[in-house]
Design a protein around this ligand. Sequence first.
Ligand SMILES: [Zn+2]
Length: 78
Amino acid sequence: MRPSNIRNACRSGLLQRLSVEKCEWCNTTKGPFEVHHIRKLKDLKGKSEWEKAMIGRNRKTMVLCRRCHKDLHAGRLD
Ligand SMILES: [Zn+2]
C-alpha cells in the first residue's frame, strides 16, 4: 500500500465507521463499541469467520460491540 492510500484509509475509514455505532459482527447498535485492530492482515490465519471477513474486506480494523470483542479474544466469536 502506498503512503497516500494509508492516509486516505485513516481519514475516511475508521472514524466514520465508529460514528455509525454498529457492531460489524452482530450488527447490534447497543454500545459501547470497541475497535479490534490487527497489525497485519497476514497475521490472520483465516480459520475463523471473522478472520475471513477481515481478509475479505482487506481491513485491519473491525468495530465490535464489547460482547463480540470479548468473544473474539476468548476464541469463540464464531
Ligand atoms: Zn457485536
